[in-house]
Design a protein around this ligand. Structure first.
Ligand SMILES: [Zn+2]
Length: 165
């Protein structure tokens, strides 16, 4: 029986041979935290000129500021050296271009069963949602005003970030 993860584990053994992050602490060395989408077109460290160790990264469908994202940001700000927070949704995001019914229908078709009970954080107004998400961080009682918070749109076709909030 072959392990379906074997190719990845083989790559990992190669990675470990030249592993340079041993003994590294877990703080954000560049003082950056990023909330962004799970989309595979986004390369969060490279797009900001950062290296492993520089940033805390929280990803979910749509790059939304959920309760868990806020939990991560509070920890980042107080325990992990975070001084700047970027919220980064992106162009052509499935969460912003589909309705809840459409997503459920596509998942149901793939799963071959009902998916109408599954919640999905669909975004109807991407710009307005980004404003709300940034506002939520700024208004959080445990995130002080000294922390810079910005909302940016990432263009998956050009690689450019544009500040929106
Ligand atoms: Zn997305």
């Amino acid at each position: 029986m072959t392990d379906p993860f074997e190719d990845l584990l083989a790559a990992n053994r190669e990675f470990a041979e030249t592993f340079a992050l041993s003994g590294f602490d877990g703080i954000a060395h560049a003082g950056v935290a990023l909330v962004t989408c799970m989309d595979s077109r986004i390369d969060p460290l490279n797009m900001l000129g950062l290296q492993p160790g520089d940033a805390k990264i929280f990803r979910n469908p749509g790059g939304r500021v959920t309760p868990q994202a806020l939990e991560a940001l509070v920890l980042g700000v107080h325990l992990l050296n975070v001084r700047r927070i970027l919220v980064v949704p992106h162009t052509r995001c499935a969460m912003a271009s589909s309705t809840l019914d459409e997503l459920r229908a596509r998942v149901a078709a793939s799963a071959g069963q009902d998916a109408s009970w599954q919640p999905f954080g669909v975004v109807e107004d991407q710009e307005g949602t980004l404003e709300d998400d940034v506002r939520q961080i700024r208004a959080h009682p445990l995130i002080p005003d000294t922390v810079e918070v910005g909302g940016f749109m990432y263009d998956v076709d050009t690689g450019l970030l544009a500040r929106r909030v």
